[in-house]
Design a protein around this ligand. Structure first.
Ligand SMILES: *Cc1c(COP(=O)(O)O)cnc(C)c1O
Length: 358
């Protein structure tokens, strides 16, 4: 016997979502973003499951890239924040990692480096996110400088990142694309689209696209969207009922007694809590599926347990399966009860939760 709390990961759904991204831009190459442990799904398993179809992978830092190399991933791996020091550049050159270059310090470090092999460089332009990247006015100059370095291999990929592509009514994405068009060197390869842009902004298509969230089967949009509606959620976060009790009207449940029964109630206790990545700030009423039926969370989320009001139906029993999020209960919906987005709930799931791969 073991604790029933687990994340079941459907690798067929993952491949379906990758192929959807690819089919929306058949002339682009599709680089899966597997940073942050593949948004909580397990970076090694996810990369292995895509390794026969994905030409490269993207991660946040060299530690994440080295984990994939050690696991036998052969493709180039892009370091999305570039190298943090000269030692990382040397490792990147020998291990076949690609590096983002986002500022003059990183540019100079590449030029000054003593490398065994030239590096593939992705050059970041700030088209409006104002977080990383060179100013559009200076990009041609930086491009020329890097192009003439013996440490840089051909071609350079010029890239930018969208701030608001998930907002279908915002004009920010069109503006960013326009800025990029004006400044991007003609000879360079290009990359713009994240998940939201792949799904909804065909004008963002370039040689490379960089899907993250959509690969895991979740929509970056708040409402329905034709292409996003074809995604299949990859993770089912599951647990089970471990206790049932009747409480009288007026009794409260859990730490801080923040929920009081208005009627005689039946409370099911499920063995999952904030120690498993179920958010503590999930409010009363957050839906939880038991045997496929939605019930409201009541009372505070504990480290290892939550409590659910199952008064409506009497047939809940100890051992019954509970789903915290999954194909029938989008993580986005749960996140909306917690003041955050599905990205955060997935990404912060701890190693304590076993990942079971289908
Ligand atoms: C994380 C990331 C992506 C993927 O974004 P999603 O919204 O998850 O698709 C794409 N590009 C860059 C530079 C990123 O850091």
């Amino acid at each position: 016997m073991s604790r029933p709390t687990r994340a079941v990961i459907d690798l067929q759904a993952l491949r379906h979502n990758y192929q959807l991204a690819q089919s929306l831009a058949p002339d682009s190459k599709t680089m899966p973003m597997v940073k942050a442990n593949a948004y909580g799904h397990g970076a090694v398993k996810v990369s292995q499951a895509l390794s026969d179809i994905a030409p490269a992978f993207g991660v946040a830092c060299i530690e994440e890239a080295l984990e994939l190399r050690s696991a036998g991933i052969k493709q180039p791996i892009l370091l999305l924040e570039g190298a943090f020091d000269a030692a990382e550049l040397k490792v990147a050159a020998t291990k076949g990692f690609w590096v983002m270059v986002e500022n003059h310090q990183q540019k100079q470090a590449i030029i000054d480096a003593d490398l065994a092999l030239p590096l593939t460089v992705w050059l970041g332009v700030d088209t409006g996110m104002h977080r990383l990247g060179f100013h559009s006015d200076e990009i041609n100059e930086v491009y020329k400088t890097l192009n003439s370095s013996r440490n840089v291999s051909q071609p350079i990929v010029v890239t930018s990142h969208f701030a608001c592509a998930d907002d279908l009514h915002s004009d920010a994405t069109a503006k960013q694309i326009a800025t990029f068009k004006v400044c991007a060197p003609v000879a360079a390869m290009q990359s713009l689209a994240n998940s939201a842009a792949i799904l909804a902004w065909p004008k963002a298509q370039r040689e490379w696209q960089r899907p993250g969230y959509m690969l895991y089967g979740n929509s970056p949009f708040a409402g329905p969207q034709e292409n996003a509606d074809k995604l299949k959620p990859v993770m089912s976060f599951e647990s089970a009922v471990i206790s049932l009790r009747s409480i009288a009207a007026g009794e409260s449940v859990g730490y801080t007694a923040n929920w009081t029964a208005e009627r005689d109630s039946t409370i099911a206790t499920i063995t999952v809590g904030y120690g498993d990545g179920y958010p503590r700030n999930a409010s009363n009423g957050t839906p939880v599926l038991i045997n496929g039926v939605r019930y409201p969370l009541v009372g505070r989320v504990s480290m290892d347990m939550i409590t659910v009001d199952v008064t409506e139906l009497s047939d809940v029993a100890i051992g019954d399966k509970a789903v915290l999020w999954g194909p029938e209960l989008p993580v986005n919906e749960v996140a909306s009860y917690c003041g955050t987005i599905g990205y955060e709930l997935l990404t912060r799931m701890p190693g304590r939760v076993p990942r079971i791969y289908l």
